[in-house]
Ligand binder design. Structure first.
Ligand code: GLN
Length: 279
Protein backbone atom coordinates (compact mmCIF):
# COMPACT_ATOMS: atom_id res chain seq x y z
CA UNK A 1 0.00 0.00 0.00
CA UNK A 2 1.16 3.53 -0.76
CA UNK A 3 1.39 6.18 1.97
CA UNK A 4 -1.22 8.37 0.29
CA UNK A 5 -3.75 5.54 0.20
CA UNK A 6 -3.24 4.73 3.87
CA UNK A 7 -3.53 8.40 4.90
CA UNK A 8 -6.76 8.76 2.97
CA UNK A 9 -8.30 5.66 4.49
CA UNK A 10 -7.10 6.45 8.04
CA UNK A 11 -8.33 10.04 7.74
CA UNK A 12 -11.77 8.81 6.68
CA UNK A 13 -12.19 6.33 9.56
CA UNK A 14 -10.90 8.87 12.09
CA UNK A 15 -13.16 11.64 10.86
CA UNK A 16 -16.32 10.78 12.84
CA UNK A 17 -14.66 11.50 16.18
CA UNK A 18 -11.38 13.30 15.44
CA UNK A 19 -13.22 15.79 13.18
CA UNK A 20 -10.95 18.39 11.63
CA UNK A 21 -7.94 16.81 13.34
CA UNK A 22 -8.41 13.51 11.47
CA UNK A 23 -5.91 14.23 8.70
CA UNK A 24 -3.28 15.52 11.10
CA UNK A 25 -3.75 12.52 13.40
CA UNK A 26 -3.30 10.13 10.48
CA UNK A 27 -0.07 11.87 9.43
CA UNK A 28 1.27 11.78 13.01
CA UNK A 29 0.54 8.05 13.22
CA UNK A 30 2.25 7.34 9.93
CA UNK A 31 5.23 9.43 11.02
CA UNK A 32 5.56 7.46 14.26
CA UNK A 33 5.09 4.13 12.48
CA UNK A 34 7.65 4.87 9.75
CA UNK A 35 10.14 7.07 11.56
CA UNK A 36 9.76 9.63 8.78
CA UNK A 37 9.85 13.35 9.54
CA UNK A 38 6.63 15.36 9.29
CA UNK A 39 8.03 16.96 6.12
CA UNK A 40 8.58 13.55 4.52
CA UNK A 41 5.13 12.30 5.50
CA UNK A 42 3.63 15.40 3.90
CA UNK A 43 5.08 14.54 0.47
CA UNK A 44 5.13 10.74 0.76
CA UNK A 45 1.87 10.01 -1.11
CA UNK A 46 3.55 7.78 -3.72
CA UNK A 47 5.95 6.00 -1.32
CA UNK A 48 5.24 2.34 -0.62
CA UNK A 49 4.76 1.23 2.99
CA UNK A 50 6.91 -1.67 4.20
CA UNK A 51 4.80 -4.41 5.85
CA UNK A 52 6.16 -3.66 9.31
CA UNK A 53 5.42 0.07 8.91
CA UNK A 54 1.91 -0.73 7.75
CA UNK A 55 1.49 -3.11 10.71
CA UNK A 56 2.55 -0.47 13.22
CA UNK A 57 0.35 2.20 11.62
CA UNK A 58 -2.66 -0.15 11.63
CA UNK A 59 -2.11 -1.03 15.29
CA UNK A 60 -2.07 2.68 16.18
CA UNK A 61 -5.21 3.30 14.17
CA UNK A 62 -6.96 0.47 15.96
CA UNK A 63 -6.09 1.92 19.38
CA UNK A 64 -7.31 5.34 18.26
CA UNK A 65 -10.60 3.84 17.07
CA UNK A 66 -11.04 2.48 20.62
CA UNK A 67 -10.95 6.22 21.58
CA UNK A 68 -7.46 6.22 23.09
CA UNK A 69 -6.01 9.75 22.82
CA UNK A 70 -3.37 10.06 20.14
CA UNK A 71 -0.90 11.48 22.68
CA UNK A 72 -0.95 8.19 24.62
CA UNK A 73 -0.57 6.14 21.46
CA UNK A 74 2.45 8.19 20.41
CA UNK A 75 3.74 8.34 24.01
CA UNK A 76 4.56 12.01 23.70
CA UNK A 77 2.88 15.30 22.97
CA UNK A 78 3.95 18.83 22.12
CA UNK A 79 3.59 21.68 24.59
CA UNK A 80 5.00 25.20 24.21
CA UNK A 81 7.38 24.05 21.49
CA UNK A 82 8.77 21.00 23.32
CA UNK A 83 7.84 17.35 23.32
CA UNK A 84 6.77 15.73 26.60
CA UNK A 85 6.47 12.05 27.45
CA UNK A 86 2.93 11.22 28.58
CA UNK A 87 1.46 8.04 30.05
CA UNK A 88 -1.84 7.04 31.62
CA UNK A 89 -0.52 8.46 34.89
CA UNK A 90 -0.74 12.05 33.61
CA UNK A 91 -3.03 14.46 31.82
CA UNK A 92 -2.13 15.09 28.22
CA UNK A 93 -0.72 18.65 28.07
CA UNK A 94 -3.32 20.92 26.45
CA UNK A 95 -2.82 24.05 24.38
CA UNK A 96 -5.11 25.92 26.83
CA UNK A 97 -2.41 25.54 29.45
CA UNK A 98 0.12 27.43 27.32
CA UNK A 99 -1.83 30.55 28.35
CA UNK A 100 -0.74 29.99 31.96
CA UNK A 101 2.88 29.51 30.87
CA UNK A 102 2.86 32.71 28.82
CA UNK A 103 1.48 34.71 31.74
CA UNK A 104 4.04 33.19 34.12
CA UNK A 105 6.89 34.13 31.77
CA UNK A 106 5.66 37.72 31.44
CA UNK A 107 7.45 38.65 34.69
CA UNK A 108 10.74 37.56 36.24
CA UNK A 109 10.88 34.83 38.89
CA UNK A 110 13.62 32.95 40.71
CA UNK A 111 11.88 30.20 42.68
CA UNK A 112 8.78 28.53 41.30
CA UNK A 113 6.52 25.74 42.54
CA UNK A 114 4.13 23.76 40.32
CA UNK A 115 1.48 22.01 42.43
CA UNK A 116 0.09 18.84 40.84
CA UNK A 117 2.65 18.82 38.07
CA UNK A 118 1.47 15.70 36.18
CA UNK A 119 3.73 15.29 33.15
CA UNK A 120 5.76 18.27 34.39
CA UNK A 121 4.84 20.26 31.28
CA UNK A 122 4.39 23.55 33.16
CA UNK A 123 7.35 23.32 35.56
CA UNK A 124 9.78 21.97 32.98
CA UNK A 125 8.78 24.59 30.40
CA UNK A 126 9.18 27.44 32.89
CA UNK A 127 12.66 26.29 33.92
CA UNK A 128 13.68 25.57 30.33
CA UNK A 129 12.62 29.09 29.35
CA UNK A 130 14.30 30.75 32.36
CA UNK A 131 17.80 29.34 32.80
CA UNK A 132 18.44 31.06 36.15
CA UNK A 133 15.23 29.86 37.83
CA UNK A 134 14.83 26.80 40.02
CA UNK A 135 11.91 25.17 41.73
CA UNK A 136 9.80 22.35 43.04
CA UNK A 137 7.15 20.21 41.39
CA UNK A 138 4.68 18.20 43.44
CA UNK A 139 2.21 15.47 42.68
CA UNK A 140 0.27 12.97 44.73
CA UNK A 141 0.84 10.34 42.04
CA UNK A 142 4.15 8.48 42.04
CA UNK A 143 3.50 7.48 38.44
CA UNK A 144 3.13 11.11 37.40
CA UNK A 145 6.32 12.12 39.22
CA UNK A 146 8.23 9.46 37.33
CA UNK A 147 7.01 10.86 34.02
CA UNK A 148 7.75 14.44 35.12
CA UNK A 149 11.27 13.45 36.22
CA UNK A 150 11.92 11.96 32.80
CA UNK A 151 10.67 15.12 31.13
CA UNK A 152 12.88 17.30 33.33
CA UNK A 153 15.89 15.22 32.28
CA UNK A 154 14.82 15.26 28.62
CA UNK A 155 14.79 19.08 28.64
CA UNK A 156 17.92 19.57 30.73
CA UNK A 157 16.35 21.06 33.85
CA UNK A 158 16.58 18.10 36.26
CA UNK A 159 19.35 19.82 38.26
CA UNK A 160 17.08 22.79 38.98
CA UNK A 161 13.81 21.01 39.69
CA UNK A 162 13.12 19.08 42.90
CA UNK A 163 10.18 16.67 43.08
CA UNK A 164 7.99 16.10 46.12
CA UNK A 165 5.28 13.46 46.35
CA UNK A 166 2.70 15.49 48.19
CA UNK A 167 -0.94 16.27 48.71
CA UNK A 168 -0.73 19.96 47.73
CA UNK A 169 1.57 21.67 50.30
CA UNK A 170 2.21 18.70 52.56
CA UNK A 171 5.96 18.36 53.06
CA UNK A 172 6.81 21.47 51.02
CA UNK A 173 9.18 23.96 52.59
CA UNK A 174 10.17 27.50 51.77
CA UNK A 175 8.78 30.46 49.86
CA UNK A 176 8.34 30.94 46.14
CA UNK A 177 8.15 33.96 43.82
CA UNK A 178 5.74 32.09 41.61
CA UNK A 179 3.11 29.49 42.50
CA UNK A 180 1.50 27.79 39.51
CA UNK A 181 -0.99 24.98 39.16
CA UNK A 182 -3.31 23.33 36.67
CA UNK A 183 -5.25 21.45 39.32
CA UNK A 184 -8.22 19.12 38.85
CA UNK A 185 -11.13 21.54 38.46
CA UNK A 186 -13.91 19.73 36.62
CA UNK A 187 -17.03 19.42 38.81
CA UNK A 188 -18.45 15.97 39.55
CA UNK A 189 -21.45 16.70 37.29
CA UNK A 190 -19.31 17.95 34.38
CA UNK A 191 -16.97 15.00 34.65
CA UNK A 192 -19.74 12.65 33.60
CA UNK A 193 -20.18 14.64 30.39
CA UNK A 194 -16.51 14.61 29.26
CA UNK A 195 -15.48 12.77 26.09
CA UNK A 196 -14.58 9.06 26.46
CA UNK A 197 -11.02 9.85 25.30
CA UNK A 198 -10.65 11.80 28.53
CA UNK A 199 -12.57 9.73 31.07
CA UNK A 200 -11.37 6.32 29.89
CA UNK A 201 -7.70 7.16 29.52
CA UNK A 202 -6.73 10.14 31.65
CA UNK A 203 -6.46 9.91 35.45
CA UNK A 204 -9.70 10.91 37.10
CA UNK A 205 -7.81 12.49 40.01
CA UNK A 206 -6.06 14.88 37.60
CA UNK A 207 -9.35 16.11 36.20
CA UNK A 208 -11.86 16.35 39.03
CA UNK A 209 -11.60 16.90 42.76
CA UNK A 210 -15.30 15.99 42.92
CA UNK A 211 -18.10 18.25 44.19
CA UNK A 212 -18.11 21.81 42.84
CA UNK A 213 -14.64 21.44 41.32
CA UNK A 214 -13.15 24.16 43.54
CA UNK A 215 -11.59 22.21 46.42
CA UNK A 216 -8.10 22.10 44.89
CA UNK A 217 -8.06 25.91 44.70
CA UNK A 218 -8.97 26.06 48.37
CA UNK A 219 -6.07 23.75 49.24
CA UNK A 220 -3.60 25.69 47.07
CA UNK A 221 -4.64 29.08 48.45
CA UNK A 222 -4.44 27.80 52.04
CA UNK A 223 -0.65 27.63 51.60
CA UNK A 224 -0.13 31.07 50.14
CA UNK A 225 0.51 32.80 53.48
CA UNK A 226 3.29 30.39 54.34
CA UNK A 227 4.82 29.87 50.91
CA UNK A 228 4.42 32.99 48.73
CA UNK A 229 7.26 35.53 48.74
CA UNK A 230 6.40 39.21 49.25
CA UNK A 231 5.29 40.57 45.87
CA UNK A 232 5.12 37.01 44.46
CA UNK A 233 2.47 35.75 42.06
CA UNK A 234 -0.05 32.91 41.99
CA UNK A 235 -1.38 31.62 38.65
CA UNK A 236 -3.92 28.82 38.32
CA UNK A 237 -5.75 27.34 35.37
CA UNK A 238 -9.54 27.36 35.69
CA UNK A 239 -12.61 26.03 33.92
CA UNK A 240 -14.36 28.58 31.70
CA UNK A 241 -17.23 29.12 34.19
CA UNK A 242 -15.11 29.33 37.35
CA UNK A 243 -13.67 32.85 37.02
CA UNK A 244 -15.91 34.57 39.53
CA UNK A 245 -15.66 31.81 42.15
CA UNK A 246 -11.86 31.57 41.92
CA UNK A 247 -11.46 35.36 42.02
CA UNK A 248 -13.43 35.34 45.28
CA UNK A 249 -11.15 32.62 46.70
CA UNK A 250 -8.02 34.60 45.70
CA UNK A 251 -9.41 37.75 47.37
CA UNK A 252 -10.32 35.80 50.51
CA UNK A 253 -6.73 34.50 50.61
CA UNK A 254 -5.55 38.13 50.78
CA UNK A 255 -4.16 38.34 47.24
CA UNK A 256 -4.10 41.63 45.32
CA UNK A 257 -4.43 42.49 41.64
CA UNK A 258 -6.63 39.46 40.98
CA UNK A 259 -7.34 39.09 37.24
CA UNK A 260 -9.11 36.52 35.02
CA UNK A 261 -7.27 35.91 31.73
CA UNK A 262 -8.74 34.39 28.54
CA UNK A 263 -7.09 31.62 26.52
CA UNK A 264 -6.57 31.80 22.76
CA UNK A 265 -10.20 30.85 22.14
CA UNK A 266 -11.43 33.70 24.35
CA UNK A 267 -12.57 31.47 27.25
CA UNK A 268 -11.69 32.38 30.85
CA UNK A 269 -8.69 30.13 31.51
CA UNK A 270 -6.29 31.53 34.14
CA UNK A 271 -6.66 33.50 37.36
CA UNK A 272 -3.65 35.44 38.61
CA UNK A 273 -3.03 37.28 41.85
CA UNK A 274 -0.18 38.82 43.74
CA UNK A 275 0.97 38.89 47.34
CA UNK A 276 0.63 42.32 48.90
CA UNK A 277 3.98 44.06 49.07
CA UNK A 278 5.16 44.24 52.69
CA UNK A 279 4.59 47.62 54.34
N1 GLN B 1 -9.22 21.36 30.57
C1 GLN B 1 -9.24 20.01 31.03
C2 GLN B 1 -10.34 19.23 30.33
O1 GLN B 1 -11.47 19.25 30.67
C3 GLN B 1 -9.35 19.93 32.53
C4 GLN B 1 -8.02 20.04 33.11
C5 GLN B 1 -8.06 20.09 34.60
O2 GLN B 1 -9.00 19.70 35.29
N2 GLN B 1 -7.02 20.59 35.12
O3 GLN B 1 -10.07 18.59 29.38
Amino acid sequence: MRAGEWLLRAGAVLEPFAGREAGREARLMLGAASGWSAARVAVAREEGLAPEVLGRAEAMLERRLAREPLALILGEWGFFGRSFAVTRHTLVPRPDTETLVELALAEPFGRVIDLGTGSGAIAVTLLAERGAASGVATDLSAGALEVAGGNAARHGVAGRLAFVQADWWQGVEGRFDLIVSNPPYVSAAEYDRLAPEITRYEPRAALTPGGDGLSAYRAILAGVGLHLSPGGRVLVEIGAAQGEAVVALFAAAGLDAVVVHPDMTGKARVVSGRARAVV
